[in-house]
Design a protein around this ligand. Structure first.
Ligand SMILES: C[S@@+](CC[C@H](N)C(=O)[O-])C[C@H]1O[C@@H](n2cnc3c(N)ncnc32)[C@H](O)[C@@H]1O
Length: 463
C-alpha cells in the first residue's frame, strides 16, 4: 500500500465544511418531519420557509389532474433547436419562458438539451482527470454509489432462498457505464443499461466489452454478467417494452445522479417512476442519488442574487424562490466542466408520493454526510483504494488541489487538534469547495411492495 493510502488508513475524517453543511442539515432535519406530515395548506422546503396553499400535499393530486387536461401547446421544432443551440453556447434560456408554464403547457422538454450535453461531454483520460480540482469529490461520489449498491445487493442476496439465484438489475440513466465495475463486483447475473445519450451508451458498450475480454483472459477473473442496452428517454418511453424479455422481473433498479431530470413535468416524472418500478419484483429495491432540493432552495435564498456557488460550483435558479413549482423548477448547474445543463428540483415529499403510486415504499433517505457517517467504518478500505479523500497536509512535492483561500482551514484546524494529542498526523479530507458541492446531494432507497387488485383492475398497494 502506498504511503498515501497508509496515512488515510490511520486517520480518516471528512472534516470538510462541517459548519456550513451542518447548519443546513439542522434546517432540513426539522423540515423532514414537518413537510411529510399532511398539514393542510402548506408544505415547506425548509422549516423556516413555507410555500403557499397550492403546494399543499394535496396540490400534487390537483396538479396531476390539471396537467392531464391542459391542451398541448405547439412548440415548434425550430424553437427546440434554438434552445439546444443556446445551451450549447452556455447561455441561459430566456426567463420569459417561465419554467412552470412551460412544463404545464408545452410538449417541449429539455431532455434533448440534456442528451446533447452528455453526448458532447468528452471522455477525459486518467492523466487529465487527476489534474481536476474535483477528482477527490468525484471519487467520493463513486464511493457513495459503491457503498449504496453494495448495501442493497447484500439485502437482496440475503433474502434469496436459493444460493446463487440470478440477480437482475437495471442501471437507469447509466451514462458511460461508470458503475459497470460495481455490478461486476456485486456478482450480478444480468444488467440492463439505459440512457438518452447514445454516445454515452456507446462508451458504456466499449467499457463492457473491454471488461469482458479482461475477465476471460484473467484466470479467476470472476463471472461477467450479461448486458443489454436501451437508448431512449426514460421519461417518455416505456422501457419494459424494449427489454429483451418484457416479462423480466428485476431485483434492483439504480438511478444515479439522474432522476431529477424527470421533474421537469409531472408526466415525465411519472414516466420515469413507472419505468423504475414496474419490473421490480416485490421486495426488490429502487435506489439512487440526486440533488437535495431543500439544500438548493435554502442556499439560493441565502444568496443575494439568483446564483450561489464557489470556485468549482455554480447553481443559478430560474424559478420563483418564494414559490417554487412542484415540477419544472429549473436551475442551471455547473460543476468544474463536468455538468452544465438544466436540472429540476425534486420536491422530496412529492417524489415519495409518486413512488407510492407505483408501489414503492420509502426505506431510507440520507444526505451524503449522514450516509458517510454511517458507512465510513465499513467502507474505509474501499475509500482508500478509490482515493476518495485528499491527504492533508499533502506529501512532499504534492500540491493540494483546492485553490480557494479557505479550502483547507477546516483540515488545518482538525490536524492541529489531533496533533495536540497524538503528535504529527495526516488526515483524509475534501476541500471546502468540494464539500459545498457534495453536501448538495442525498441518497434514497425504496422497496417494491406486493400489490392486490382493485375491482377496476388497477393495482392497489398497502403503503
Ligand atoms: C450525471 S449523469 C449520471 C450517469 C451515471 N448514472 C453515473 O452515475 O455515472 C446523468 C445521466 O442521465 C442521463 N439522462 C438524463 N435525462 C435522461 C432521460 N430523460 N432519459 C434517460 N437518460 C437520461 C444523461 O444522459 C446522463 O447520462
Amino acid at each position: 500500500m502506498s504511503e498515501n493510502a497508509d496515512d488515510l488508513e490511520q486517520t480518516l475524517v471528512l472534516a470538510a465544511a462541517a459548519a456550513d453543511s451542518l447548519q443546513y442539515e439542522d434546517e432540513v432535519e426539522e423540515n423532514e418531519t414537518e413537510s411529510i406530515q399532511e398539514t393542510p395548506g402548506e408544505i415547506s422546503y425548509t422549516s423556516s420557509y413555507t410555500i403557499p396553499t397550492r403546494h399543499s400535499p394535496e396540490a400534487y393530486d390537483t396538479f396531476e389532474s390539471e396537467q392531464r387536461s391542459v391542451k398541448k401547446r405547439k412548440a415548434t421544432a425550430v424553437e427546440n433547436l434554438n434552445h439546444t443551440v443556446s445551451y450549447q453556447n452556455n447561455s441561459h434560456i430566456s426567463k420569459n419562458l417561465k419554467a412552470e408554464d412551460e412544463s404545464q403547457t408545452s410538449e417541449y422538454s429539455h431532455t434533448q438539451v440534456v442528451a446533447t450535453h452528455y453526448n458532447l461531454l468528452e471522455e477525459k483520460g486518467l492523466q487529465e482527470r487527476f489534474k481536476s480540482q474535483i477528482i477527490h469529490m468525484r471519487n467520493f461520489h463513486n464511493w457513495i454509489k459503491s457503498m449504496l449498491i453494495n448495501e442493497y445487493l447484500t439485502k437482496i442476496k440475503d433474502s434469496k432462498k436459493q444460493h446463487n439465484a440470478p440477480i437482475r438489475v437495471h442501471d437507469m440513466c447509466c451514462g458511460k457505464g461508470g458503475d459497470l465495475p460495481k455490478w461486476k463486483k456485486g456478482n450480478i447475473t444480468h444488467l440492463i443499461c439505459s440512457d438518452i445519450a447514445e454516445v454515452s451508451l456507446e462508451h458504456c458498450k466499449e467499457r463492457y466489452t473491454h471488461m469482458k475480454r479482461r475477465c476471460q483472459r484473467e484466470r479467476g477473473g470472476g463471472n461477467m454478467f450479461s448486458l443489454e442496452f436501451i437508448p431512449g428517454d426514460s421519461t417518455k418511453i416505456r422501457l419494459r417494452e424494449k427489454y429483451s424479455d418484457p416479462s423480466m422481473k428485476l431485483d434492483l433498479v439504480s438511478c444515479q445522479f439522474a432522476f431529477h431530470y424527470s421533474f421537469e413535468s409531472l408526466p415525465q416524472a411519472e414516466g420515469m417512476m413507472r419505468n423504475a418500478s414496474e419490473c421490480l419484483q416485490p421486495g426488490g429495491y429502487f435506489i439512487g442519488t440526486m440533488p437535495d432540493a431543500n439544500e438548493i432552495v435554502a442556499r439560493a435564498r441565502k444568496s443575494d442574487t439568483d446564483s450561489f456557488g464557489n470556485s468549482i460550483l455554480q447553481v443559478t435558479s430560474e424559478f420563483d424562490l418564494d414559490n417554487p413549482p412542484l415540477f419544472g423548477a429549473k436551475y442551471n448547474f455547473q460543476l468544474d466542466g463536468v455538468v452544465n445543463c438544466p436540472e429540476f428540483l425534486v420536491h422530496f415529499p412529492t417524489f415519495v408520493k409518486l413512488a407510492k403510486k407505483y408501489g414503492l415504499k420509502l426505506v431510507k433517505k440520507e444526505k451524503f454526510f449522514k450516509f458517510f457517517e454511517r458507512m465510513k467504518d465499513e467502507g474505509r478500505q474501499l475509500m482508500t483504494t478509490m482515493r476518495a479523500l485528499e491527504m492533508y497536509p499533502p506529501g512532499e512535492n504534492v500540491t493540494l488541489l483546492g485553490n480557494a483561500d479557505d479550502d483547507y482551514l477546516h483540515a488545518k484546524k482538525f490536524v492541529e487538534r489531533l496533533e495536540k494529542n497524538s503528535g504529527s498526523t495526516k488526515i483524509g479530507t475534501l476541500s471546502k469547495s468540494e464539500w459545498d458541492a457534495s453536501s448538495l446531494y442525498l441518497t434514497f432507497a425504496f422497496v417494491k411492495v406486493k400489490n392486490t387488485w382493485n375491482a377496476d383492475g388497477t393495482p392497489c398497494y398497502d403503503i
